[in-house]
Design a binder for this molecule. Structure first.
Ligand SMILES: O=C(O)CCC(=O)C(=O)O
Ligand SMILES: [Fe+2]
Length: 278
């Protein structure tokens, strides 16, 4: 990362822009070290997981309230350091209301698990920064269906229809109602982004609002090459996938998705912090 940073000091993100995709996706390999990866994985609290049908999940500092409000609280230290300072160096949250992430959803997928195509919705500023840990996975992005209802967490998750509780967990405690018969989105130009362990993927602007993203519930990502993977040229170790015949055998992957929740309530301080605090 250091070498590439020197190449462009004006906008450090430009060199990481994923080509041929709607603006803007950025991919940074080796954003955290192997030691940092191990340390973060070891600090994720085992008792906070909420188990869903195709993955498990936890929210920090807490889940959002019914009207998509975050009760103000700092991120746990192991999520804040060293990651958030590196975001600041890159200017990732410079244009969001709080200019730094205030919320992290942690997802864990075992081989064969995934997340149905969805969009992340309006509770957040239009920036998500995703740190991948443990194993590689392909994220699939596709355009939203024109004229269709917006779906925040809809579509297909393998052969299983989304359940109400599954729709709530990703983004808020107050999901939009799901249509009774979920239809798969009509994929226009589905494209894959390969996320290696220790990498950072940034999704912002139109890429956040105009596209759906999801992870197929498969045990192996196949046919990986420069024509099928949008960020092939930015990968840390494309050679490994080449040697493996263009296959990525999935392991257990953990993603840390950093976001800026727009609505924040300081009321939690009054409830939990005692009387007289403002
Ligand atoms: O695990 C990922 O990279 C994607 C997770 C995701 O889309 C979400 O939490 O909204
Ligand atoms: Fe998402």
């Amino acid at each position: 990362m250091e070498e590439r940073d020197q190449a462009d000091t004006a906008d450090p993100l430009q060199q990481f822009r994923i080509p041929h995709l709607p603006s803007n996706f950025y991919y940074i390999p080796n954003f955290v070290t192997a030691e940092e990866e191990a340390s973060i994985l070891q600090k994720i609290p085992s008792r906070r997981w909420v188990t869903l049908s195709h993955r498990r999940l936890q929210a920090h500092p807490s889940t959002l309230t019914k009207n998509n409000t975050l009760l103000a609280a700092p991120l746990p230290t192991y999520l804040a350091n060293p990651v958030v300072d590196r975001f600041k160096t890159l200017g990732i949250f410079l244009d969001t209301p709080h200019q730094e992430p205030n919320h992290v959803l942690i997802n864990e997928y075992r081989a064969g698990e995934g997340i149905m195509p969805h969009e992340d919705g309006s509770a957040y500023a239009r920036v998500v920064a995703t740190v991948s840990l443990g194993a590689s996975v392909c994220l699939e992005v596709c355009e939203k269906v024109d004229g269709g209802e917006e779906r925040e967490v809809g579509g297909m998750d393998g052969d299983e229809a989304p359940r109400a509780d599954q729709s709530t967990e990703v983004l808020s405690s107050n999901p939009p109602p799901l249509s009774p018969v979920p239809q798969p989105p009509k994929h226009a130009l589905p494209t894959r982004i390969l996320q290696e362990p220790r990498s950072l993927l940034i999704t912002m602007g139109p890429a956040y609002t105009e596209l759906l993203h999801g992870i197929a519930p498969v045990a192996v990502d196949e046919n990986l090459n420069q024509d099928t993977v949008a960020n092939w040229a930015l990968l840390g170790e494309a050679g490994g996938f080449e040697k493996n015949g263009g296959r990525n055998v999935r392991g257990t992957r953990v993603s840390l998705t950093y976001r800026d929740v727009l609505r924040v309530s300081k009321a939690a301080g009054k409830v939990f912090g005692g009387l007289g605090r403002r």
